[in-house]
Design a protein. Structure first.
Length: 555
């Protein structure tokens, strides 16, 4: 396999920036593009050569940028188009690709299209789903992902609009050809400016069931089956790909809740000639400690985690390419979930090796590389996320106390991923010279990038070494993948194999000592990575320490 012929995104490592909390460059307490410019070398040194920017566009921030009021501009809080062009140029100088978020399932209710659509005679009416209700009831009983019902009434016209997410995020009607022209035009706008592709927000939600809603029997359940993964999604994506993306050779990664490997291949199979996306962000491995959503916590289950990884590693093989991630702006910090805050660095290293040595394109979320962990909220008022607020509003109806609600939120809120990046041990963790828009985690004197860069055994350096090792390495890129102990609740042991090379990844989960046994065929292996002192040649058996990781290579 000639690696130089691969598309860039197969050998790249991505760094995700959630701009509001990354780095404040002008002292107003909010992260911005000036701050990004200051930190590009940091990202490059880590070994990342692509950036995914969460939304930078003007937005009333009901969902921090995932509610867009203008698709062709930069939020003044973050800078302006000129500054963004400077960021692209500075990235280009460093060999860093730039991918931006494309949020077209919905707009903000403050987008001019939506405002115009309030008038039933406006051509923008058909940009959205405006429907008649049944007396005082909504058109159907669909539920939204972010709050109760998926419909909101406009009191003036007595008609309802669909919002699959929050009220302030009305859904766009992609069945309308004018909307599809807008989407292609938005894509071209950013591609002309020099971006290399898009992360497509909840992209499998962009089609709603035909005939909605009048005349349709009311769905049972949440209605989600009527607005996710419908066949039309692929038709729209094909049009976007052919009409806007292919001429620029643009990259796409689509976000797809509830996605399975089988269904994903319908979008990303490279052998089928009908690919509509390059990569897919699925959620299955993010559910190893919860039931479908982070907000229904369960104890961490390693078997469930491995089942998800194994299925994707095996089923994508030779067909599709995996997107590898364990954190982003929508989930609490991974060490606090699947690892241990007590063994923060050790478990952080194990989790990093676990996913970075698999086949696919890795994504690292800001702060993950220094082992940031969840924060602690003393009251609901301290949180910022619409999902946290909405959940609080809903559980108040069943009289859950704030104390009990916080027990869940303190484990599960998306806010944990959104506290300011911890750069230094100085005031406000060096994130801002002003007052940070969101409280910095109190642990910053210990957990910060400066300390991590200084310590050669830090998690940061571990990430750097793993990324350097996997870069252009055929064993990691293309090797077979085999889980040797899929039903073991505490050990994750997998083997990668390519040509005459073999990689053995031995991971111990949990704080208790664990007996580990070397699988056959690794007697002559050499130690590549370990998070505790370990012998250069493997022992037949050893007792693993908390979250011990040993990685060996043969050949
Ligand atoms: C995606 C985004 C999330 C956002 C939601 C609605 O899941 O990642 O942050 O709230 O879509 O746009
Ligand atoms: Ca700022």
């Amino acid at each position: 396999m000639d690696i130089s012929t691969l598309p860039w995104w197969k050998t790249a490592a991505f760094y995700q920036i959630w701009p509001r909390s990354f780095k404040d460059g002008n002292g107003d307490g909010i992260g911005d593009l000036q701050g990004v410019l200051e930190k590009l070398d940091y990202i490059k040194d880590l070994g990342c050569d692509a950036i995914w920017f969460s939304p930078l566009y003007p937005s009333p921030n009901a969902d921090y940028g995932y509610d867009i009021a203008d698709y062709r501009d930069i939020h003044p809080e973050y800078g302006d188009l000129e500054l963004f062009k400077q960021v692209i140029a500075a990235c280009r100088e460093r060999g860093i690709k730039v991918v931006v978020d494309l949020v077209v399932n919905h707009t903000s209710d403050e987008h001019p299209w939506f405002k115009a659509s309030l008038d039933p005679t406006s051509p923008y009416r058909e940009y959205y789903f405006w429907r008649e209700g049944h007396e005082d009831k909504p058109p159907n009983n669909w539920l939204s992902v972010f709050e109760g019902k998926a419909w909101e009434l406009d009191p003036d016209t007595q008609t309802w609009y669909l919002h699959v997410f929050a009220k302030k995020q009305p859904d766009l009607n992609h069945e309308n050809p004018k909307v599809r022209e807008e989407v292609k035009d938005i894509m071209r706008f950013w591609l002309e400016m020099g971006v290399d592709g898009f992360r497509e927000d909840v992209i499998t939600y962009i089609a709603k069931r035909e005939g909605l809603p009048n005349g349709l029997p009311l769905p049972v359940g949440t209605g989600i089956e009527h607005y996710t993964g419908l066949p039309k999604v692929k038709e729209y994506l094909k049009e976007y790909r052919e009409g806007a993306l292919l001429p620029y050779d643009a990259f796409t990664v689509g976000e797809a809740p509830m996605m399975t490997p089988e269904k994903a291949l319908e979008y990303i199979d490279e052998t089928a000639g009908s690919k509509t996306l390059d990569l897919m962000f699925h959620f299955q491995h993010m559910e190893a400690d919860s039931l479908l959503t982070d907000w229904v916590p369960l104890p961490f289950n390693l078997i469930k985690l491995k089942r998800a990884f194994n299925a994707w590693q095996q089923k994508m093989r030779g067909k599709g390419w995996n997107a590898l991630y364990i954190e982003n702006h929508d989930h609490p910090r991974i060490i606090s979930r699947y690892g241990s805050e007590k063994y923060r660095v050790e478990s952080g290293k194990t989790l990093a090796a676990m996913y970075l040595l698999q086949s696919g394109t890795p994504f690292i979320y800001q702060g993950q590389e220094i082992g940031m962990v969840n924060t602690e909220f003393g009251s609901v008022d301290e949180s910022k996320d619409v999902l946290t607020y909405n959940n609080w509003r809903m559980v108040q109806k069943v009289r859950l106390s704030e104390h009990n609600f916080l027990k869940i939120a303190n484990r599960r809120s998306r806010d944990h991923a959104r506290t300011p990046m911890q750069w230094t041990a100085e005031k406000n963790a060096g994130f801002t010279s002003g007052t940070p828009w969101f409280a910095v985690n109190k642990n910053y004197p210990e957990i910060n990038a400066t300390a991590a860069l200084r310590d050669e055994n830090s998690l940061w350096h571990w990430y750097q070494k793993l990324l350097a090792y996997r870069k252009n390495n055929p064993l990691v890129l293309f090797g077979t993948y085999l889980d040797l102990a899929p039903l073991d609740p505490h050990r994750y042991i997998y083997v990668r194999e390519y040509a005459n090379q073999k990689l053995l990844v031995m991971l111990a989960f949990g704080e208790k000592p664990l007996k580990m046994k070397l699988p056959e065929g690794f007697g002559n292996a050499k130690l590549l990575f370990s998070n505790y002192a370990a012998p250069e040649t493997p022992e037949d058996t050893y007792t693993a320490r908390p979250y011990e990781c040993r990685v060996y290579q043969v050949g």
